[in-house]
Design a protein around this ligand. Structure first.
Ligand code: DGT
Ligand code: CA
Ligand code: CA
Length: 366
């Protein structure tokens, strides 16, 4: 197994930070985002809160009336969850991540693994700088802070990430993994919930260190083969799970570097046409129609910019992509006088209606 370097990025107090982004003047006040159940005006629970509100004991899951009580006399602000807005911000950041990693795996609206092994040449020293670069880039482009955990696999990246928040950056090198994990309680491992924790406690296992040394055969007898081996490996910091996008793609994108820095539209479109080929191939293979087309451009000052267009009706032909990429780049070059170094194309907003129809008709005609 090749030595890998994996990041886990987790956005800080995400929904509440999005609300701060929309309205920066609230930043120094307690901010609470709530899910209102609608039964009465006040019924519902806290989805998340900023760190100022957390100091008052207001955390995810707390009933809203209790949150109001704890924050009485402060200038706290309450918001309703706005998933659509948070998803937009999340997508923008995920797109930026894609430009920095060979593979990314989004695990939730505010979390993604990045495999950056190649980008940092397998060096943990370079990885720290690289993580700072990504943080700074997202901060200038989107204005959001997040925490990065770095490790030789997903398991350690996750544990590194959870160990210091917000705006954290923690590295667990392979040689430090055992010492880092040993004192932690077993429920830090993915898949160890309340039931398993109790069970392990009965076996005299409280910490990951104790689990690591526990006889693997007896773990297998208790939890079955797959889980027993998994617990044993995880406790010993062994995790070979690849970083890979789950399920169906939410977008298809390709990015490339231009042969020379340029402001020439035709030169740029020659490159984007090359990028569109594999995108179009994947679209047709999957039978996707798309509604959104985006371009990505990195200027010589290394600032990345995206521009998007959303179609009135879903389309599935290559011409629509080519035409809109041209339009977007024409506008982009008009707005920016800097030369462009890297370009990217992304299509998203997929629907599969066409595919269903096609399958149905081929079923009838064959
Ligand atoms: P963090 O990562 O500790 O700085 O804070 P968050 O708020 O980013 O927490 P995280 O990463 O566990 O969850 C990401 C988002 O998911 C969070 O902003 C709101 C939502 N969320 C988390 N826990 C709950 C919950 O218990 N109920 C509801 N409705 N939403 C939640
Ligand atoms: Ca978070
Ligand atoms: Ca999270």
């Amino acid at each position: 197994m090749q030595k890998r370097i994996i990041f886990l990025a987790d956005f800080d107090y995400f929904f509440a930070q999005c609300e701060e982004l929309r309205n920066p003047t609230i930043k120094n006040k307690p901010v609470v985002v709530g899910v209102y159940s609608g039964r009465t005006e006040e019924s519902g629970a806290v989805s998340t809160s900023n760190y100022i509100a957390r100091n008052y004991g207001v955390k995810s899951g707390l009933p809203l009336f209790m949150a109001k009580h704890k924050l009485e006399g402060t200038d706290a602000l309450f918001f309703k969850v706005d998933h659509e807005y948070y998803s937009k911000i999340s997508n923008r950041i995920m797109d930026i991540f894609r430009t920095y990693a060979s593979n990314i795996e989004q695990v939730s609206i505010d979390e993604a693994y990045l495999d950056v092994t190649q980008q940092v040449g397998g060096s943990f020293e370079k990885a720290r700088d690289y993580a700072q670069t990504i943080k700074a880039d997202v901060n200038t482009q989107v204005g959001l802070s997040f925490t990065i955990g770095i490790g030789p696999n997903k398991l350690l990246a996750k544990i590194a990430c959870d160990s210091q928040k917000p705006n954290g950056l923690t590295i667990i090198k392979p040689e430090a993994a055992e010492a880092f994990l040993a004192p932690l309680s077993v429920d830090h491992l993915l898949g160890v919930g309340k039931k398993t924790t109790v069970r392990m406690e009965q076996m005299g296992i409280k910490t990951i260190g104790e689990l690591a040394k526990y006889d693997v055969q007896r773990l297998i007898e208790t939890f079955g083969k797959a889980l027993g081996i998994y617990f044993h490996n995880a406790a010993n910091a062994v995790d070979n799970e690849p970083v890979q996008e789950q399920g169906e793609a939410e977008s298809i994108s390709k990015i490339g570097t231009l042969k020379q820095d340029t402001h020439d539209i035709e030169f740029i479109l020659q490159k984007t046409s090359e990028l569109i080929e594999p995108i179009y191939k994947e679209l047709t293979e999957k039978g996707y129609s798309f509604k959104t087309i985006s371009i990505y451009a990195v200027n010589v000052d290394l600032n990345g910019k995206t521009r998007s267009v959303t179609l009135e009706q879903p389309a599935k032909d290559k011409d629509t992509i080519l035409r809109n990429v041209r339009l977007l780049f024409e506008r982009f070059l008009d707005e920016s006088s800097l030369d462009v170094r890297r370009v990217g194309v992304r299509v998203a907003g997929f629907s599969k209606e066409e595919l269903k129809q096609k399958q149905l008709s081929s079923f009838f005609y064959h």
